[in-house]
Design a protein around this ligand. Structure first.
Ligand SMILES: NC(=O)c1ccc[n+]([C@@H]2O[C@H](COP(=O)([O-])OP(=O)(O)OC[C@H]3O[C@@H](n4cnc5c(N)ncnc54)[C@H](O)[C@@H]3O)[C@@H](O)[C@H]2O)c1
Length: 344
């Protein structure tokens, strides 16, 4: 049974990845600090659901707690490590940049050190489309330069890519970095647009629409995303002979960067209309200027993912939105236990 250590399992993506890995017959050890960036009850529920599977166990501790992290990794002796825990969110990084330095720089370094010591077969870590920063050439491809991050969030993730490359080179530690593009779906994050828009439309309260709605995002359905991660787990970067056409594989290290995106640019207004039609009610739109550090558009070239794994995301936006709205209704209306959290 393959042993996978996953950080961030109480988080949105980590939860879905752990569920998929358990369904695939893996043994999973989760690690999550249950931070209060958003409603901790949601994180507790995700972990409680995972714990129903006998092949899942978790350590609830911070990445910065090296003793706890090392102990968890040494005890579990993983084959593969997937590092998803992070301080996420573009906008919050304007308010509390320190949280990003701590979790994403120190925390990621601690994971890399532990991966080196336990001689993991493959280390996979989350980066973000935000590293494309001010790039305007679209769709974004992994081989383009990405040297213009616009927020501390993006800068810490770009730093993680550089850190990962150095450890891959120095310690021959095969490392894959994913660049995720606006992930959405059931059990999603309360600080993200789909959650806030659904809540606002259902409650009849205004939703903030930035840049007067002139925004485009490459929305990636979470089931597609975790399938992409799962596929990449088995594609271990090695020497130049492991390269495919258009690869981002480093010439000096077993290291590559891979976009996981839907490869479709969706206008924010069309996204809102999809939610309105699913909820059956119109949104009250509060038009706002562009936020500092935000980019008008993201759009993934997902060719490399397909070449490496044979897989590409495929869920149509309307189907994914319908899945989210159904989950939201069931979770907040049906169970009557938690009020949806106030927006951050
Ligand atoms: N969701 C997206 O659209 C998206 C897009 C691009 C990149 N990403 C990246 O994907 C990863 C997962 O994101 P997500 O959407 O699931 O976010 P999430 O916030 O739901 O999950 C992250 C988890 O990490 C934990 N965590 C945070 N700081 C920690 C620390 N210092 N120590 C231990 N645990 C800590 C949190 O408690 C949380 O459960 C992150 O690295 C994020 O930057 C996400």
């Amino acid at each position: 049974m393959t042993r996978i250590f996953v950080t961030g399992t109480a988080g949105f993506i980590g939860f879905h990845l752990a569920r998929l890995l358990l369904a695939e017959g893996c043994s999973v050890h989760g690690f999550d600090g249950m931070t209060d960036y958003y409603d901790v009850r949601l994180k507790q529920r995700r972990h409680a659901m995972l714990r129903q599977n006998q092949h899942f166990a978790a350590t609830e501790a911070m990445l910065e707690d090296t003793d706890a992290l090392n102990r968890a990794i040494d005890d579990f002796a993983p084959d593969v490590i997937v590092h998803l825990a992070a301080q996420a969110g573009v906008r919050y990084s304007l308010e509390n940049p320190q949280a990003y330095i701590s979790a994403n720089i120190q925390g990621t370094f601690n994971v890399m050190e532990a991966a080196r010591r336990c001689r993991a077969r493959h280390l996979l870590m989350a980066s973000t489309s935000s590293v494309y920063g001010a790039n305007t050439e679209m769709p974004f491809a992994e081989t383009q330069k990405a040297d213009t991050p616009l927020t501390i969030y993006a800068a810490t993730k770009k730093a993680n890519e550089a850190m990962g490359h150095s450890y891959a080179h120095l310690h021959d530690l095969p490392t894959t970095m994913f660049r995720f593009f606006t992930v959405y779906g059931p059990w999603g994050r309360p600080d993200m647009a789909l959650f806030k828009f659904t809540k606002g439309i259902l409650e009849g309260t205004p939703i903030d629409v930035y840049n007067q709605g002139e925004m485009w995002r490459d929305f990636t359905y979470v089931d597609d995303l975790v399938r992409g991660i799962h596929g990449l787990m088995g594609v271990v970067p090695g020497g130049p002979e492991t390269a495919v056409e258009g690869d981002s594989l480093s010439p000096v290290a077993p290291f590559r960067v891979v976009n996981i995106g839907n490869s479709e640019k969706v206008r924010l207004m069309d996204f809102i209309e999809a939610i309105e039609s699913e909820v059956g009610r119109d949104a009250i739109r509060n038009y706002m200027p562009m936020q500092a550090g935000d980019v008008p558009a993201t759009w993934a070239d997902a060719t490399l993912l397909q070449r490496l794994t044979g897989y590409r995301p495929q869920t149509p936006l309307r189907d994914g939105v319908a899945q989210f709205v159904a989950w939201y209704r069931d979770y907040y209306d049906g169970q009557q236990h938690d009020a949806p959290p106030p927006p951050r």
